[in-house]
Design a protein around this ligand. Structure first.
Ligand SMILES: Nc1ncnc2c1ncn2[C@@H]1O[C@H](COP(=O)(O)OP(=O)(O)OP(=O)(O)O)[C@@H](O)[C@H]1O
Ligand SMILES: [Mg+2]
Length: 502
């Protein structure tokens, strides 16, 4: 006996033009949280898809409790006690919590085909109780928050007696409070001897819940360590393969003209009387707790949602923005939080996606200048370190973080006057974050006014000249860079104190 519930050895996987996994390795103990770390495109999700039976491996060995197994399908993975909590949940939105947990395995009345609802609800309640979650099992899952849906997914895994649970970036969409609940749940799972593989780009989380880490780079195994033996810097070094000197390469520019002014923006029930301005030469942060109304405000500025009152002034002229097309025409760009759905055409190539929002720039005399388009795309692939075999690769085939970088390239290419970034570095690895910050500097240097929504306070403090803090749909305070601290922001964000520091 090896003492490991799971061993993956020398796992190799090749896609056309990409060696995604090169003799990758992972060992998991019962009851441990094992963090799987690596840059965007390192091969983490691919390794986990192989484990979950969603993709075949080219070569390599997988052992469960020391015995070699072949994981030929998701069903086989489930039989072996492996469950994967995907980011895009596999739940049926209109069915109840209980039906989702036992989908396809609902208890029947005797030998009849009829579902035994009493037992179904009782069993579902019992499963939830086992992981310490309180939820009305009769509620349809589309009425639940993202975090609650995640709990239902985990309950589903528990109900099939999963002993290995994979969580691929589970925290990316959770509020702080929900994250706490997830961590509690993970502790409960550990006590039940379940082994958890946890993928995240937020390194703080590793130290909070992880026992061991495995770092991957370019599909290869770099190191496996006990969390207590490594520092944040060690992890970064192992991930990116070099020393990262500056996490926040902030550059200071002289404050210029007012570019954008938003006044009295109100959308009843969402946000109220929001006013602020953006100047050239500065990056302004918009922060607050998740749900404070930040995304709603910027969607309205971009014309994606209607407003009940408010005006927008761009370069001293009042403008009307009734649709995203209007916004783009005026030179206002929004890099959305939900990039997969709103930012990218998955079936198109990296090249086509890059120029999508600014086709005018590469069409001459009615003809698309493909060579120019390719050159532009190649430049961004190089600047942003987008990991792809080439610009002709379909966006769908890129890793999650690299897809985000393509969306970023798309907006950078629009040559906007105002760029709004909504959580620009979520799901992006530490090394690539620095590249994105450098590009923001470059945009500011070129006269673009930048507004950045972020929940990552170190990033807000590290990169913004001014910080607007929202609380329950209102701007509750504004802090200059010099006066800002995590504590000061949190006090305003939680409504404890409203301060305007001019
Ligand atoms: N279906 C596919 N076809 C072609 N290439 C693929 C496919 N799936 C993944 N890849 C490539 O394999 C490599 C590893 O991707 P993977 O999604 O495993 O990375 P990751 O470590 O999960 O990254 P991220 O942190 O960005 O999610 C990447 O270069 C990716 O482009
Ligand atoms: Mg991934």
């Amino acid at each position: 006996m090896s003492g490991f519930v799971l061993e993956m050895r020398a796992v190799t996987k090749r896609f056309p033009g990409v060696l995604a996994l090169d003799r990758a390795r992972l060992e998991l103990r019962a009851g441990e949280v094992h963090c799987l770390l690596g840059e965007n495109g390192a091969g983490k999700s691919t390794l986990m898809k192989i484990l979950a039976g969603a993709q075949p491996l080219d070569s390599g060995e997988i052992r469960i409790d020391g015995a070699p197994v072949e994981i030929t399908s998701p069903h086989r993975a489930q039989q072996l006690g492996i469950s994967m909590i995907y980011q895009e949940f596999n739940l049926s939105p209109f069915l109840s919590v209980a039906e989702n947990i036992f989908l396809g395995r609902e208890p029947r009345i005797g030998r009849t085909p009829f579902i035994d609802w009493r037992r179904l609800y009782a069993d579902a309640t019992a499963v939830l109780a086992r992981i310490g979650v309180q939820l009305d099992v009769r509620r349809p899952v589309n009425e639940l928050s993202v975090a609650q849906q995640q709990m239902v997914e985990i309950a589903k895994a528990i109900s099939v007696n999963a002993r290995i649970i994979v969580m691929d970036e589970p925290s990316a969409t959770l509020t702080d409070h929900e994250l706490r609940a997830l961590f509690e749940l993970i502790k409960t799972l550990r006590r039940q001897e379940i082994g958890i593989i946890y993928i995240s780009h937020r390194l703080e989380e590793v130290f909070e819940i992880g026992q061991r880490i495995t770092v991957m780079r370019d599909g290869e195994h770099v190191a496996t360590k006990e969390v207590c033996d490594v520092s944040r810097e060690d992890i970064i070094r192992m991930m990116v393969g070099r020393e990262l000197t500056e996490e926040f390469p902030k550059e200071q520019f002289t404050l210029g003209e007012e570019r954008l002014r938003v006044e009295g923006f109100t959308r009843t029930g969402h946000f109220e009387d929001v006013s602020f301005s953006l100047h050239t030469g500065e990056i302004v942060g918009l922060t607050g707790l998740v749900g404070a109304g930040r995304t709603e405000v910027v969607r309205a500025i971009f014309g994606a949602d209607p407003i009940d009152a408010g005006t927008i002034t761009l370069d001293g002229h009042a403008i009307k923005v009734r649709s995203p097309q209007d916004a783009i025409r005026h030179g206002i760009g929004l890099l959305t939080e939900d990039r997969k759905n709103q930012g990218l055409v998955l079936g198109m190539s990296v090249r086509e996606n890059t120029t999508l929002a600014n086709l005018g720039a590469i069409v001459r005399g009615g003809f698309l200048r493909r060579g120019e388009e390719r050159r532009v795309a190649q430049q961004y692939v190089a600047d942003l370190h987008i990991k792809t075999p080439g610009v002709e690769q379909t966006a769908q085939n890129l890793s999650g973080g690299n897809q985000q970088k393509v969306v970023l390239a798309k907006w950078l290419y629009t040559q906007s006057k105002v760029l709004i970034f909504d959580e620009p570095t979520r799901g992006i690895d530490v090394g690539a974050k620095v590249e994105i910050y450098r590009l923001m500097n470059e945009l500011v240097r070129q006269g673009v006014a930048v507004l950045m929504i972020s929940s990552e306070l170190p990033e807000v403090l590290g990169m913004c000249d001014r910080i607007l803090v929202m609380h329950e749909g209102c701007i509750a305070g504004e802090l200059a860079r010099v006066d800002a601290s995590q504590e000061a922001i949190m006090r305003i964000a939680t409504g404890e104190r409203a301060v305007i520091v001019p």
